[in-house]
Write a protein that binds this ligand. Sequence first.
Ligand code: 0RQ
Length: 503
Amino acid sequence: IAERLRDNSLLDRIVTAEEAASWIQDGMTLGLSGFTRAGDAKAVPMALVDRSKNESFKVNVFTGASLGFDIDKKMAEAGIVNKRLPFQADPTMRKKINVGEINFIDQHLSHVAEWVRGDVHNPIDYAIVEATAITEDGYIIPTTSVGNSSIFVDKAKAVIVELNLSQPAGLENMHDIYELGKQGERQPVPLTSVDQRIGEIGIRLDKDKLKGIVITNFPDSPSTIVPPDEETAIMANHLINFLREEIKAGRLTNKLAPLQSGVGSVANAVLHGLLESEFEDLEVYSEVLQDAVFDLIDSGKVRFASGCSMTLSKEKMDHVYPNIEKYKDKIVLRPQEISNLPEVIRRLGLISINTALEVDIYGNVNSTHVSGTKMMNGIGGSGDFARNCRTAIFVTKSLAKDGKISSIVPFASHIDHTEHDVDIIVTEQGYADLRGLAPRERARVIIENCAHPLYKEQLTDYFEEALMRGGQTPHVLEKALSWHTNYASTGTMLQKEKETVTI
Ligand code: 0RQ
């Protein structure tokens, strides 16, 4: 412990998780560390769940993004969450959100810190953050994610640190904590390359606010790695072909531009595809760094990766953690306000790859709401990147639910990314390059290149009928959402006579 807690004056703050959890009162707001299962506060939230067996209370839970360790699931089951933001990915919590038991705020990840800083969100009563170490000069060294921890610690009335001895000590010096400061006094953020360090090695700690230190030993929940399947591998190929066309057109070189990629099976397949490609000396400027990024570093394809969390499979943790020193000059972890900052995303000119649930014929993207109403996970960072990057790519399989759903629809039932923010759509059928096209041109390219053959004619029929009505973005408004209502009433978006077609 002496190596991890290097300020002896803080030894008397060590408490059990149960004691720390006992300080939390009904109605309080907690700012927890954690971003896509990495670096989450674990012991105190679990102790809080235990406490709820004998006591009834609710808290607001703010994080970086989704949590591991089944914390969201257990908190949802215990019924202790009033408000949750800005992202979650747990099926039990999702159900509680969709029946209205949990108030979920689906916020752009880069926006959360500013709303906490400006007291727009509920003030943070307790920041509960996981740390690798507390240094002699008063820095909290985060673990595998930074997320919103720095702003939570800064603004919280009191701070609880979970000092996690199972996280590698070598994580120290991998973080770069930069604070934007108050509006009106701000300077341009001086980040001009992915590998630059502009901040401090940890989160500055006001010792007077440090109420407790809980010593823990729980490893992060490993990510469940989804190996590329036939369809995701085909999608990755289409995307790589698009990048090759960009090189041919002289808009990119073999080094491409810094890459951002969301989480999930397609993102993973795309990054895997890069392993075998001719691209070289690549840079990653993303939020989550998954297994594939480390494979690309190991193979020498990626020169440097900047993120705000490292979300790894068990196998990859076993490889990376003992060799963490090797990655120190190749990886930096930043607050999500900086990894997802519009200013930096635009300056660096990112190629961004995120995921859609559905896309309409004009290129509006729904990433969050199943059938227009039910929350899936949240917008995450996809909007931060899509709006501000150089090239916004959205990927989706053309069909869902065994072909009962077409992911290309006449009218998106919810829109996260408007047609103005969407440049390229990729499905296993091909890719649509929408740049420089008017809506009527976009519709033809999307239907032709991205829709599944099962739905092409149906989409074309809709578009032709819409054209007769006219308009910049033609629609048959009374039929625009009929595909979704048909799916709800008949179990398929497919018109009756085609239902027997096999896919
Ligand atoms: O359902 O789980 O019941 O089988 O949605 O779909 O194809 O497995 O894809 O796991 O990559 O998730 C958009 C949800 C995609 C995710 C989304 C059903 C489908 C399946 C999952 P089952 P897939 P993925 C990074 C940046 C947020 C935005 C983003 C996500 C399930 O990637 O949450 O990229 N993204 N953020 O059957 C009804 C449709 C459907 C559908 C698929 N049109 N209608 N259901 N499904 N299409 C995250 C962060 O920033 C932290």
